[in-house]
Design a protein around this ligand. Structure first.
Ligand code: F6R
Length: 366
């Protein structure tokens, strides 16, 4: 069942190079420069013409929605709002005929996400579902949708479903960008090639397991953690913090690194581990300054950096190097050591990682 792994969560973390490949199979052909998303064929024109896209989800799926916001706006130049399903459904949101609502859900059964979709549908929106579980309620309520094909996710903490969601969302964003003419054919092809190389890069990141375990041993008794990132890595900071708190019961917060100075910086002292997702992207220099600010207050810095980074190792206490890719796809790679970090810390603390207390795999209550 667990394929020789001690827990389903670890097995599922290790499966990700394969599940990402499965998710792209039959859809992405990098050599030919082709991207086929059969699941959103009938409504493709409506999506291309949409004036805005609203993404609704909960938890980890909401984090992949945040990454999608940046990708959709960058590639397709369509304004995107990302909403917690539970907040969206209980206010009186402005939804116009022709708005596109994308619901993201591993289980396809999350009550709030399902109800939010039904409401949006009643008000004339086109609703698309991105689900992992085939034939789930959310899949059935959607006008159309794309499955993530990550296979059954048993561990309560979502890992492989998250990375598969990111792949599906990247493919949709690229497809829209190409069809709307907001990215050039050349750029489109380059990005397909980058996407095609993600499984290998994820696989390489899994080699960081031992190093991550050593770092976990140092910090396993910490009372709090801060996770900071900017741009595409901001949602990764949120996801890293969520993973840690749900399975290890250590309090953790994710923040956009630039917001640190508006409050959380007050928390920093020599007992505060701060995980920076600081890969080489358009906000790199700014993140380096944020790391220096934390070090100036004696915080302990664990930095996830791009391979070959020569600056951050001189500043941070611990450095984890991941393979580099286009910044929009970096979350697929940078999240891997964060999944491993939370896993090892939870195991070292004797927690039940596959079935953390108070949590259920699908939240069918409101
Ligand atoms: C986090 C986690 C939850 C789910 C959330 C949404 O690891 O498992 O936060 O992501 O309950 O679930 P789905 O994606 O099934 O709608």
């Amino acid at each position: 069942e667990k394929g020789g792994f001690e827990h389903f969560m670890l097995k599922e973390i290790y499966e990700q190079d394969k599940t990402i490949r499965d998710c792209m199979r039959g859809r992405l052909n990098a050599l030919e420069g082709q991207l086929v998303l059969g699941g959103i064929h009938n409504y493709q024109q409506n999506i291309i013409n949409a004036e805005r896209i609203i993404i609704i989800a909960c938890g980890t799926s909401w984090h992949s929605g945040l990454v999608a916001e940046y990708m959709f706006e960058e590639f397709a130049r369509i304004p995107v709002e990302v909403e917690y399903a539970s907040e969206f459904r209980y206010r009186n949101p402005v939804i116009k005929e022709g708005d596109v609502v994308i619901a993201i859900s591993q289980s396809g059964e999350t009550a709030d996400t399902l109800a939010a979709m039904e409401m949006a549908k009643e008000r004339g929106a086109i609703v698309l579902g991105i689900c992992n579980v085939v034939g789930s309620s959310i899949a059935r309520v959607s006008h159309e949708g794309v499955y993530t094909h990550a296979g059954p996710e048993i561990g309560v903490a979502s890992t492989k479903a998250f990375t598969a969601q990111l792949i599906v969302l990247a493919m949709i964003a690229l497809k829209l960008g190409r069809r709307r003419g907001t990215i050039t054919e050349g750029r489109f092809r380059e990005l397909l090639i980058e996407l095609d190389q993600i499984p290998e890069k994820v696989k390489k990141s899994l080699d960081l397991d031992e190093q991550t375990k050593e770092i976990s041993a140092v910090f396993k008794d910490a009372k709090n953690f801060l996770y900071l990132g900017r741009g595409y890595n901001f949602p990764v900071a949120l996801e890293g913090a969520l993973k840690l708190k749900e399975i290890s019961y250590i309090h953790a917060e994710g923040y956009p690194a630039a917001e640190m100075k508006h409050g959380p910086i007050a928390l920093i002292d020599e007992d505060m581990p701060v995980v920076f997702i600081a890969t080489r992207d358009s906000s790199y220099d700014k993140v380096v300054s944020n790391i220096q600010e934390v070090k100036a207050r004696k915080g302990k810095v664990i930095a996830i950096v791009s391979e070959g980074d020569s600056l951050i190792p001189g500043i941070a206490d611990y450095v984890i190097e991941v393979p580099h890719t286009f910044e929009g796809f970096m979350p697929l790679v940078s999240v891997i050591p964060l999944q491993l970090l939370s896993y090892h810390i939870a195991v070292m603390r004797g927690c039940n990682v596959d079935q953390p207390r108070n949590l259920a795999k699908s939240v069918t209550v409101e």
